[in-house]
Ligand binder design. Structure first.
Ligand code: BV8
Ligand code: ZN
Length: 259
């Protein structure tokens, strides 16, 4: 594993425009269940694809609301893990020279990247830190809401239910954010893919866009993924172990360039 880490560190040191693309797996070691786990009903026995949808919300707004309040309580209770923190330090290493860029794109709705110290995070699927009206989209603040209520609060402007400002299945991704992420994937020379099964469209297009534009793709995951066929390097393992080791290799190479 050392050689492949050293090789990955060399690729990172040579990279000028890096994109890190994360999924639920990067938050797993903080104690947040991934969607794949959830399919096994780890989350109150619900199937994400049904509750994380407009239909699910229309059918049972109370269930959806309680499911998100349950997840929000989990997120609030846990801390960023060494994988999140290694990405912050990698940002600093990559951005060491003028003209070098580093873009962090996540599918996750938790704020663990921000709480680890990542300054800019592109949330393709929205954020559970924000709430809005399901009809007029007016913003609502969590501190004004009763998290233990069995039903979502009603919009102060139009009376419709308030919902998390996340992208549900069947909904389009935030245009500006997705355009920025796609442009970064097209422009980058290295994409580090961490903790995603690659099953969710259109976010799962990004590594293929990067690869088609000539970028090197490195996949960090305990299991092979949809991206195995385009990844030049597959770092098999958990993000909380692999990313700090990769960071260390990269740091050594920048401090001793002749090695
Ligand atoms: C859209 C927010 C246009 C909500 C989420 C049939 C075929 C193909 C596509 C479709 C289809 N039917 C419908 C579609 C489209 C659909 C889709 O892709 N469905 C999938 C399920 C097949 N997509 C959409 O609906 C998207 N919108 O297409 O709009 C449109 C518009 C109108 C009409 C038609 C089309 C919107 C998708 C966004 C959904 N919202 N999240 C919420 O979170 O509650 S997606 C949700 O999935 C999360 O964001 C999560 O991040 C993501 C799941 O992906 P992963 O992150 O990869 O998580 P997963 O659990 O799958 O994998 C975890 C990985 O981590 C694993 O590989 C595991 O090995 C690894 N791991 C585990 N531990 C660790 C680890 N890795 C590292 N370290 C560890 N320790
Ligand atoms: Zn409203």
């Amino acid at each position: 594993m050392i050689d492949i880490l050293r090789h990955s560190g060399e690729l990172l040191v040579r990279a000028r425009r890096v994109v890190v693309f994360t999924g639920a797996g990067i938050s797993a070691e903080s104690g947040i269940a991934t969607f794949r786990d959830a399919q096994d009903g780890l989350w109150m026995g619900v199937n994400p694809s049904t509750v994380a949808s407009q239909n699910g919300f229309s059918e049972d707004p109370g269930l959806v609301w309680r499911w998100y309040m349950h997840r929000l309580a989990d997120i609030t209770r846990v801390e960023p893990n060494p994988g999140h923190i290694a990405i912050v330090d990698l940002f600093a290493l990559v951005r060491r020279a003028v003209g070098h860029s580093f873009t962090l794109v996540t599918q996750n709705i938790d704020d663990l990247h921000e709480r680890a110290g990542s300054p800019q995070v592109l949330h393709l699927h929205g954020s559970l830190a924000r709430f809005r009206c399901n009809r007029c989209r007016s913003i609502h603040h969590l501190q004004d809401m009763d998290r233990s209520a069995s039903l979502p609060p009603s919009c102060l402007l139009c009376g419709e239910f308030v919902r998390p400002d996340v992208v549900w299945f069947g909904e389009t991704l935030p245009g500006q954010t997705f355009a920025e992420a796609t442009a970064a994937a097209r422009r980058c020379d290295l994409m580090l893919v961490v903790g995603t099964s690659g099953l969710v469209y259109p976010a799962n297009e990004l590594p293929f866009i990067a690869h088609a534009s000539g970028a090197t793709v490195i996949d960090v995951n305990p299991e092979p993924t949809e991206f195995s066929r385009v990844a030049r390097v597959y770092l098999q393992g958990r993000a909380g172990t692999v990313l700090p080791a990769l960071l260390e290799e990269t740091r050594l190479l920048t401090e001793n360039p002749q090695t």
